[in-house]
Write a protein that binds this ligand. Structure first.
Ligand code: PLP
Length: 231
């Protein structure tokens, strides 16, 4: 028999707990990546206590959020924290600034500036991570490590953004990307004591969450291991 959604979610949380114990780490946040999956699955998990959800596509996310608002209780809706983890087009920043709590994929100053300018006054600061192209891949999004200092200096000045850390999607070749990103993360923390909220390293997905946690990840982004394979 196939495990149910709640069983898979439970298994993933246990895997994370074990990985934390094995490497003597504090709790790691589980971001449930619900892209391509229906609103009802998000509601089921949210009712079971899952808090953080990640989406990659704006249109899909907007429809899902609207459905969830209609179908779930206000408490459940109010407890969900939405993370945008997809590529950001310049003309889509307003939708992101108005509907999400976190953005993992900042790679250019112009995008950060637009999110800052478009963040509504009645909302808390938008939590942002800089996506780093840690393996210098031509095909990958993200800021090159050599450009990171400049980008961080710019984002620091934006009042409506809270700069929380770094995000990576490592190359498939299996390098030491997790270790190198952790080193960068610690160096930036040292160099910028004024970044009071610098506490988040978003790395690790369904296939490599244990390794990522062992190397210092504080947030794993898990899709298929929870929701099943995507079509
Ligand atoms: C889809 C996606 C994930 C989840 O991937 P799985 O392998 O299904 O866990 C994580 N991060 C990003 C940026 C994604 O687009």
């Amino acid at each position: 028999m196939n495990p149910t959604l709640l069983q898979r979610w439970q298994q993933v949380t246990e895997q994370i707990d074990k990985a934390c114990i094995a490497s003597n780490r504090d709790t790691v946040t589980l971001l449930a990546v619900s892209k391509t999956k229906p609103a009802q699955m998000v509601i089921d998990l949210a009712e079971a206590g899952q808090k953080h959800f990640g989406e990659n596509y704006l249109q899909e996310a907007a429809e899902k959020m609207a459905q969830i608002k209609e179908q779930a209780s206000p408490e459940v809706v109010g407890n969900i924290v939405w993370h945008y983890i997809g590529h950001i087009q310049r003309n889509k920043t307003r939708d992101i600034a108005e509907n999400f709590d976190w953005v993992h994929t900042i790679e250019r100053d112009i995008i950060a500036k637009r999110l800052n300018d478009q963040r509504p006054d009645n909302l808390e600061k938008l939590n942002v991570l800089v996506q780093v192209n840690i393996d210098n891949e031509d095909s990958k999004s993200g800021c090159l490590p050599s450009e990171l200092d400049k980008l961080i200096a710019a984002i620091k000045g934006y009042e409506n953004l809270s700069l929380r850390g770094l995000m990576i999607i490592p190359s498939k070749e299996g390098t030491d990307a997790f270790e190198r990103t952790k080193k960068l993360f610690d160096e930036i923390k040292q160099a910028h004591p004024e970044l009071a909220q610098w506490d988040t390293l978003s790395m690790g997905m369904s296939g490599d969450m244990e390794q990522a946690i062992a190397q210092g990840s504080t947030m794993v982004r898990v899709g298929s291991a929870i929701f099943g394979a995507r079509d």
